[in-house]
Design a protein around this ligand. Structure first.
Ligand code: GLN
Length: 604
């Protein structure tokens, strides 16, 4: 078996500059060269996994096929590389210590003193080597390159054992199989506009002091940095000028792999890691990404979507939902204009306490073309979500409810259509008169971590708008919930027009609810956002966006097909804006200068 090649991606100066996107872009580029890539994300916190985090801590909790609740960066890898990762692809300090402590209890260390070096550092290296071999594609081909992203920034106390593990690892796997890419910030203070290299110099010095030398330094900056700055970094950081690359703010994340490739990453890695790939022909290489980036830059017509949620102060809390909306908007040829509405602000109580917020929230909701109610936990904002469901149902506003969103739809329907005023979910009110949504006993054994109904499960669909969108009647989507629709109420709800057109294999667990005679009123118990990909948007999201643009009927009548070259060709009452081809010069200028848009995930 050929040796596994490792690219360790570390961060310098500050976190949150788009290290995850850069690390994923390495994978995208190598994958375009025909290399199978996998990835490991290391989070140095003590938690075993991300499952118990509030979304305000680290953004959303990302869920994998196998039910692993992991860091949202794994979502970047899955989306960029179109791969399926496993729970072990996310390492935390907690997981490593748990393993070592379990071994110690079993007596595996034969009476030795168990220490950070060598026991913890060995456990880290073994974990990385083991997980790197696990196939991540449907074909189950063994990966050739493993990208390891170390969370946080170099110098953090909690990541020290990982840095030390990789210091040893470079000798364990040999030089031609291991390289380090250091992502660092190059600020450009407003006063001079000059690129400052000192923070990068210090962070590289720190990295070196810990025994790791960067092979590539990727400079994150607002604007492109010129060759004198690169030379300065090269001189002060003891690397060749071709090892310093610039990733400045760009119009969309889809430009990042292209920008990195244009600076000779393939040539460099080919040599450094002895990858033996034939050099890509210029022009057609990464054509899919080039087209996607171009299409995104040229979207003009806007679709206004309101997200009614609870963690709206931190956009990362809804990272996958936002990305899935973006994928669907791109496919429909429109630019996503997303407004976050704090669900609580839609509640009657807010009208009394804070009328300005109340009216603003309702105004935002009314101005939208479509509404999404994502998943959530706890009672706060639930009544606001129920209000939004009612308003969308009654005013024919396209709406997609996800997980808690479906539960809100069911409670609203019971209250306002069936007249069961005491209807609620037991998550909010365990003693409510009509328990429309109840907890699943087998998934609630009194411990919070990892005890929900998690991961990929089968849903059987009945002929409906949803089978048309999915183009099949059996689907698999990822789940993360503790509560479910009470089967005792299904007959009454269905008789009153809320149709459950998706159920699990037992037929007892409700997965999809729709209302007919509405442009789009769909809610799902699963989380379709996790399987959405830039080039293959999630069907329920596509349905929402097309309905919001008034294009859904025409899409259905055309056999649910979007042309791959120009996906804005679904007709509507108004004229569509076609995706025009940019000339090479124009494209270069977009890559070099960006198009002045809002930052996406740290990389502008
Ligand atoms: N809190 C709800 C449940 O546990 C919904 C979960 C979610 O939206 N992910 O069932």
């Amino acid at each position: 078996m050929p040796d596994m090649k490792y690219i360790l991606v570390t961060g310098g100066v500050i976190s949150g500059v788009g290290k995850g996107v850069i690390a994923s872009s390495f994978g995208t580029i190598l994958k375009s060269c025909g290399i199978d890539v996998t990835s490991i994300k290391i989070d140095p916190y003590i938690n075993i996994d991300a499952g118990t985090f509030s979304p305000y801590e680290h953004g959303e909790v990302y869920v994998l096929d196998d039910g692993g609740e992991v860091d949202l960066d794994l979502g970047n890898y899955e989306r960029f590389l179109d791969i399926t990762l496993h729970r072990d692809n996310n390492i935390t300090t907690g997981k490593i210590y748990q393993q070592v402590i379990e071994r110690e209890r079993k007596g595996d260390y034969l009476g030795k003193t168990v220490q950070v070096i060598p026991h913890i550092t060995d456990a880290i290296q073994e974990w990385v080597e083991r997980v790197a071999q696990i196939p991540v594609t449907p074909e189950k081909t063994p990966p050739k390159v493993c990208i390891v992203e170390l969370g946080g920034t170099i110098g953090d106390i909690e990541s020290m054992s990982f840095v030390e593990a990789f210091r040893q690892f470079q000798f364990r796997v040999k030089r031609e199989n291991f390289c380090v890419a250091h992502v660092s910030l190059v600020p450009m203070p407003k006063s001079t506009g000059e690129a400052k290299t000192k923070p990068t110099q210090s962070s590289v010095r720190e990295l070196r002091g810990l025994g790791l030398s960067p092979d590539l330094i990727l400079c994150r900056s607002e604007k492109p940095i010129d060759h004198t700055v690169k030379e300065k970094i090269s001189n002060f950081c003891h690397v060749g000028p071709e090892q310093v690359m610039c990733v400045h703010d760009l119009g969309s994340v889809y430009h990042v792999p292209l920008l990195m490739e244009s600076q000779g990453i393939v040539q460099y890695l080919n040599e450094r890691l002895q990858l033996n790939v034939s050099m890509p022909r210029p022009g057609r290489f990464m054509q899919k990404w080039r087209n996607l980036a171009k299409r995104v830059d040229n979207l003009r017509k806007e679709v206004n979507i309101a997200l009614v949620g609870k963690y709206t102060k931190l956009e990362d809390s809804y990272a996958s939902v936002t990305k899935a909306l973006q994928h669907a908007s791109i496919a429909a040829g429109s630019k996503l204009n997303l407004t976050y509405i704090e669900a609580e602000n839609l509640e009657k109580q807010t009208k009394i306490n804070n009328p300005v917020s109340y009216h603003r929230a309702w105004q935002d909701l009314c101005k939208s073309n479509g509404v999404i109610i994502p998943g959530g936990f706890g009672y706060r904002g639930m009544e606001g979500k129920i209000e939004a469901c009612q308003w969308c149902r009654e005013t024919q506003k396209p709406m997609l409810g996800i997980c808690l969103g479906l539960q809100a739809v069911v409670v609203e329907y019971a209250r306002n259509v069936l007249g069961l005023k005491g209807a609620n979910t037991t998550e909010v009110d365990p003693h409510c008169e009509d328990r429309l949504v109840i907890d699943m006993p087998e998934h609630h054994p009194g411990q919070l971590g990892g005890t929900m109904r998690l991961g990929k499960r089968k849903t059987l669909l009945e002929p409906s708008i949803i089978t048309q969108l999915y183009k099949k009647d059996e689907i698999e989507e990822r789940h993360r919930h503790r509560y479910e629709v009470n089967p005792d109420y299904i007959e009454r709800l269905e008789a009153a027009g809320l149709r459950f057109v998706g159920k699990d294999e037992t037929g007892k667990r409700m997965e999809v609810a729709i209302v007919d005679n509405h442009p789009y009123y769909v809610s799902v118990q699963f989380h379709p956002e996790y399987l959405s990909r830039p080039l293959s948007p999630s069907p329920p999201f596509l349905g929402l966006i097309l309905a919001s643009l008034g294009k859904l009927k025409s899409y259905m009548s055309k056999g649910c097909r979007l042309s791959p070259r120009n996906q804005s060709d679904v007709s509507s009452d108004e004229d569509d804006i076609s995706v025009s081809s940019l000339s090479l010069a124009e494209e270069k200028s977009v890559i070099e200068n960006g198009n002045g848009e809002k930052p996406v995930n740290g990389v502008k």
